[in-house]
Structures are given as C-alpha cells and as structure tokens.
Design a protein around this ligand. Structure first.
Ligand SMILES: Cc1cc2nc3c(=O)[nH]c(=O)nc-3n(C[C@H](O)[C@H](O)[C@H](O)COP(=O)(O)OP(=O)(O)OC[C@H]3O[C@@H](n4cnc5c(N)ncnc54)[C@H](O)[C@@H]3O)c2cc1C
Length: 425
C-alpha cells in the first residue's frame, strides 16, 4: 500500500527529485525510520539522457541499498576497462579495478531501468510517501528565513485541473538535477559554462567490435570535447559526445552534427558503424561539474547530486556522487533530528556536517579530475600520453594509477611526470 501525501503533517524531510540522489537520500532516511515525502515531476519509468555507465562507486551504494540484484535483472553491459584513442589515432586500453565483491568494474544499462529500480524501492518503503507528476515550483521559508516547505503542482490529481499543493518538512533536500528549481529559488548561482558539459547521446544497435571496455575518443573535429561508445549489452551501445559549454558556444555547429560527422566519416569509427542502426532520438542535457564549488547546505535545506554540481569533471560520471551525496544528506538529517527533536526546521549549523562530508570525501577526487580534464584539452599532451602508454607498460601503469588514485592524479602537475613519460624506458 502506497502512502497518501498529507498537507497537514510535518515530514522529517521532503526530497525534491527522484533520480539517484533523491532515491538514495529517501531510502537511507526511511530505513532510519524517518518520514519522507519525495516528489518528482516525471512519471516513472522515465527517460534520462546519460552515458548509462554504473561505476564501482555506484555499485557500492546500490548494493548497500539491496538493489544490485534488481539492476542486474535487466539486460546490461559489463565494463572492465577504458580504451583511450588519441588525436593521432594511437590507442591504449587500461583496465579498471574491479568493484568490491564483483568480478567486473561496472555495468552499463539505460538509466530508464536503473532509475526505475530505485524508484520502485522508494515507493514500496513504508516510511516514504512518493509523488509522481508533482512539479515543485516554490520553496517556503518561515518567519526566521528557514526553509520549511515546498509548493508544487500535482499533475496526478486530475489531468485537466492540476492542483497546487503545499507540504512541510524539517529539511528540504534539492535533488532535482542540473536545472534544480530548489537551487534557483534559494538564489544560488548555476555553474558557469567553463564548469558545465553539454552532452548528447543516442543508441545504436549493430556496431562492430564492441567489447567489455568503454571507449573514449579524443579526436580532431571534436576536441576539446570527446566522443564515447559505451556497450550496454544485447548488441547495443550508447554513443555520445561531451564538450564544455564554453567551448561549444565558440563553435558554430550543432553538437548532433559533430557526433554524426564522427559516426559517418571518422575512418576508424565509421567502418564500425557500417550496417548499424540508430534507435530513437539523440538526447541532450547539461552536466554540472564538481570543479564549480557550490553551496550545498543552509537553514533547513541541502542540495545533493547534480543540483549540488557534483559530477566528476574528467569522466562526466555523476551517478556515483549523486548516490553517495544522497546518503550523506540522509545521515546528516538523521543526526540533526536526533540532536534536536521537535518539528522546527533544521538549522544550518546542524546540517553543516553534510558540506564537510562532501568536502572531505568527494571534493578531492573532483579537484584532481579537473586537472585531468584540463590536460585532456591539449592535443599535444593527449598524443604524447596515449602514444607512450600504448608502447610503454610503465606509462600505461601510470595512467591506471592516475585513474584510480587522487595522489597519482596530482602528479600531472609535476614536470617530473612528463620527463618520466618522455624517457625511452
Ligand atoms: C549525456 C550524459 C551522459 C552522462 N553519462 C554518465 C555516465 O555514463 N555515468 C554517470 O555516472 N553519469 C553520467 N552522467 C551524469 C548523470 O546523468 C547525472 O550526474 C545523474 O543523473 C545525477 O543524478 P541526480 O539524481 O542528481 O539527478 P537526475 O538524475 O537528473 O534526477 C533529477 C530528478 O529530478 C526531477 N525534477 C527536476 N525538476 C523537478 C521539479 N521541479 N519538481 C520535481 N521533480 C523535479 C527530474 O524529473 C529527475 O527525475 C551523464 C550525463 C549526461 C547528460
């Protein structure tokens, strides 16, 4: 039996947006016996434009939530490494470390399915009231300026006359993605174009030579952006393009056209697409990078996932940090409520541990990934690194270490790193 939403009670938390960040936050709170109202403007299953890669970090949280089995029931790709292709056509494949307790590094499957598994778990949880087709439009503040509720339009109440509804909680968590209404209503700035990827993706069936590696192409005509091919199982692949919005604005070309040029004309790629069929439309969305530091907590509110701009600036991976930050938000709310029982909005001070957790555990990785992103903008450096890694095991190992460790990523700033790469042994 699903719970009916109530405008009369004060929930422990209202979670705005039921993507990975929102579902993670709601599930962890509910399992700590907290009452949660979660609202999403979409009707599930819903599409989400994404590369569809589920990393080791994501797998860790999904397993903790008991949802890995549900995800694995879907047709999916298994990922064990990344193939990097340089502008001068050199290739190197680096293995990923296996996810804890798994015999692979990660999965790939359409977000429609991953997110449905999460939302299904949410709507069957006794402490959660889940609303679909409920678009949040306003946040409410009390007379002390603390966020204490939301107003939105309930599209489920009647198709013809959607109803305005108001709900209250001790904490409002904005997990409503890169265009976050909660963030805008709080008056927070959006990431600048230098810290935002414009990304598109489409699905193809029948591409030749798909393996258990994801593929990243840093090639002429696309740089300083990149193209990916992510196999998603069943002979299909997610094919996309990511480029900083600031770079895209300088080009007089539609991103779909750049991607289709690569698919149709870039020699080592187009031959693999001969006979392949595109399914559906190319979708586009923005990716708010973690290189933009955004306030993520305050009086009665928190932001998690894309709403807090927490995507890895090099890989564009955001699901892992969405799930993890949703969990941190839940832990913080749980602790804050335990320390201050009652029905008042939670203070900024009591929610500050969330910001500290993000800073301590997620920020360092994003800062180092930003350095890799900056490096990957230079054709010369890409040719050098990928070319050397293709022939020198020592350099290949450096890249493997760099992708796995923040300490190793720091070395890209040192001249010794490049000297080591250039040495003939
Ligand atoms: C092309 C592309 C490729 C990517 N590839 C990858 C990848 O391979 N792996 C990876 O890990 N990450 C990838 N990402 C990033 C990833 O998609 C995001 O980081 C992730 O979806 C963030 O999750 P979230 O829960 O914060 O937000 P979302 O998944 O965006 O969920 C937000 C939810 O909020 C709802 N919502 C929005 N506004 C309102 C409102 N006003 N009221 C109520 N509900 C609202 C939406 O309907 C949605 O369900 C990619 C992104 C793009 C664009």
């Amino acid at each position: 039996m699903e719970n009916m939403p109530s405008e009369e009670i004060i929930y422990d938390a209202i979670v705005v947006g039921a993507g990975p960040a929102g579902c993670s936050c709601a599930l962890f709170l509910a399992r700590a016996n907290r009452t949660v109202l979660i609202a999403d403007k979409a009707l599930f299953p819903r599409e989400k434009v994404c590369g569809d890669a589920v990393s080791g970090k994501s797998i860790g949280v999904l397993r903790e939530l008991g949802l890995l089995g549900e995800i694995e029931k879907n047709t999916h790709g298994v990922i064990n490494g990344t193939k990097f292709v340089s502008p001068n056509g050199k290739e190197v494949t680096v293995p990923f470390p296996k996810a804890t307790g798994m015999d692979c590094a990660g999965y790939t499957l359409p977000r429609k399915q991953t997110d449905l598994a999460l939302f299904d778990a949410v709507r069957h949880e006794p402490h959660i009231t889940a609303m679909q087709k409920f678009a949040v439009e306003e946040i409410i503040k009390d007379d002390r300026g603390r966020v204490c509720g939301i107003i939105g339009t309930d599209g489920m109440s009647s198709e013809n006359t959607p109803e305005k509804k108001t709900f209250h909680a001790r904490a409002i968590v904005g997990t409503d993605g890169s265009g976050s209404v909660v963030s805008r209503k709080l008056g927070l700035p959006s990431p600048t174009p230098e810290h935002t990827y414009m990304a598109i993706r489409g699905y193809w069936r029948g591409i030749k030579e798909l393996t258990d590696n994801i593929e990243l192409f840093f090639i002429d005509g696309v740089l300083p952006g990149y193209v990916w091919i992510f196999p998603i199982g069943g002979g299909a692949a997610n094919v996309g393009l990511g480029i900083l919005l600031s770079d895209m604005k300088k080009r007089n070309e539609h991103p779909n056209r750049i991607l289709m040029n690569v698919v149709n004309s870039y020699p080592s790629i187009s031959r693999r697409f001969a006979g392949a069929v595109m399914e559906g439309q190319i979708g586009a969305w923005t990716i708010p990078n973690g290189s933009f530091r955004k306030q993520n907590s305050g009086e009665g509110w928190l932001l998690s996932g894309d709403a807090a701009s927490l995507v890895d600036p090099f890989s564009g991976e955001g699901v892992g940090n969405a799930l993890v930050s949703g969990k941190y938000a839940a832990q913080t709310i749980q602790d804050a409520i335990a320390a201050t029982p009652g029905s008042e909005p939670l203070s900024a001070e009591s929610l500050m541990p969330y910001t500290k957790m993000v800073d301590d555990y997620l920020r360092p990785e994003m800062e180092q990934s930003y350095k890799l992103q900056q490096l990957s903008r230079h054709k010369f450096l890409l040719n050098l690194l990928i070319g050397k890694a293709a022939t020198k095991p020592k350099v290949r190992q450096k890249i493997i270490d760099m992708l796995a460790s923040d300490e190793e990523k720091k070395k890209v700033e040192s001249p010794w790193f490049y000297l080591d790469v250039l040495l003939p042994w």
